[in-house]
Design a protein around this ligand. Structure first.
Ligand code: NAP
Ligand code: MG
Length: 402
């Protein structure tokens, strides 16, 4: 078979530990033999981030803005232990945080569904994609312990110095206080990313807050979404045969559990934090969750939702066999290749991405899988493969499909 040609490079963001090992295996076994792979390579491995004072992370985000599509390997977010392990000059910020801030993007997480790995919720047949607003609210709040009786107020001082006040509470005894905020600009970007991604994936969009209780704060989220929808997206949604649906957060939770899946659920920051863990766990496995960062102006960065699988890497370094699941990382590549194919009009690239995904799913459904899945599958007599052998098994399935 002739290799599929690409036009525009993908922005390739390499990473750390076991996922870095898998990254290379995926390229060698599943991509390079079939695609004349064009990438602009950025090494976000912690060693190179340290060498460049983390400049490489910012450079890679700029490249993502320039080209529009990136694929990222999991990376270490430094903590005290990593400072020592890698002899770091500084405790660098999470690369994902840096890239997300530079792209002003929203993260969409969705599970990969295969027969034999059954969701705990029996009605779920299709993926539920969670979109989490990643700015503000309780994550950027100021807090205070109230020692005893007194009056608490919200005070806003405008540019000319005039104050607006709102009573929070007349404390008769000790208590606690919290002040949080959000920005119209950030909520607007969040809304646009969600509407664009819904159109892109032809899925309904659900959004929920507690606007009946929070009549100014949450209501502003609801109003911004509705306003942008009415002005910019209503027609496009109708044309695509999808709907935008707003409800209260508690009603949304009840509907989600009774649903079949197959939609995007947009959540405020805290709701998204909690619900993404709930949905991921209920679908069965962290190693089967994909993640894509979408900017309001249409840049895409694809990755696996899991981390660098440190424990497996240490085994790998000792020469021990590992059985690490590469599926979410493979789907990061297929997501990026398909998007590149769509943007550049390369049909062959899109259909290759589809086939590689089908090969992954078929390999598992045929009973060959990594240990994490073998432990939870409902298939009888699953064959547990090590990291390398599983990737080779996917390759032979892929060859049979091509
Ligand atoms: P992790 O890498 O997601 O792994 C946690 C555990 O989940 C693993 O030890 C393994 O369980 C299981 N697991 C996750 N992915 C798997 C896979 N593909 N195949 C098989 N099992 C899998 O989280 P972590 O160990 O807490 O974090 C390691 C590093 O990743 C940290 O330095 C963190 O900063 C970084 N991280 C990066 C990202 C990102 O770049 N997006 C996200 C999260 C964390 P068993 O050990 O029981 O087999
Ligand atoms: Mg969480």
């Amino acid at each position: 078979m002739e290799k599929i040609q690409m036009k525009t490079p993908l922005v390739e963001m390499d990473g750390d530990e076991m996922t870095r090992v898998i990254w290379q295996l995926i390229k060698d076994e599943l991509l390079l033999p079939y695609v004349d792979l064009k990438t602009e390579y950025y090494d976000l491995g912690l060693v190179h981030r340290n060498e460049t004072d983390d400049q490489v992370t910012a450079d890679s985000a700029e490249a993502a803005k320039k080209y529009g599509v990136a694929v990222k390997c999991a990376t270490i977010t430094p903590n005290a232990a990593r400072m020592k392990e890698y002899d770091l000059k500084e405790m660098y910020k999470s690369p994902n945080g840096t890239i997300r801030a530079m792209l002003d993007g929203t993260v969409f997480r969705a599970p990969i569904i295969v027969k034999g790995i059954e969701p705990y919720v029996k009605t779920w047949k299709k993926p539920i994609t969670i979109a989490r607003h990643a700015y503000g609210d309780v994550y950027k709040a100021s807090e205070l312990k109230v020692p005893g009786p007194g009056r608490a107020e919200l005070v806003f001082t405008d540019a000319s110095g005039s104050e607006t006040r709102e009573l929070i509470h007349e404390f008769k005894g000790a208590g606690v206080l919290q002040g949080m905020h959000n920005l119209e600009a950030s909520i607007t970007s969040f809304a646009r990313s969600c509407f664009n991604f819904a159109l892109d994936t032809k899925q309904d969009l659900w959004f929920a807050t507690k606007d009946t209780i929070s009549k100014k704060y949450d209501h502003t989220f609801k109003d911004i979404f509705q306003d942008i929808y009415d002005k910019e997206y209503a027609g496009k949604f109708e044309e695509a045969g999808i709907t935008y649906f707003y409800t209260l957060i508690d009603d949304a939770v009840a509907r989600v559990v009774r649903s079949e899946g197959g939609y995007i659920w947009a959540c405020k920051n805290y709701d998204g934090d909690v619900m993404s863990d709930m949905v991921a766990t209920a679908f069965g496995s962290l190693s089967m969750m994909t993640s894509v960062l979408v900017s309001p102006d249409g840049c895409y960065e694809y990755e696996a939702a899991h981390g660098t699988v440190q424990r497996h890497y240490y085994k790998h370094l000792k020469g021990e066999e590992t059985s690490t699941n590469p599926i979410a990382t493979i789907f990061a590549w297929t997501g990026a290749l398909r998007k590149r194919g769509e943007l550049d009009g390369i049909e062959g690239l899109c259909s290759f991405a589809d086939k590689l995904e089908r090969a992954c799913i078929k390999t598992i459904e045929d009973g060959r899988m990594t240990k994490d899945l073998a432990l939870i599958t409902t298939l009888e007599n699953p064959q547990t493969l090590n990291t390398q052998d599983f990737i080779k098994a996917v390759r032979s399935t892929l060859d049979s499909l091509l």
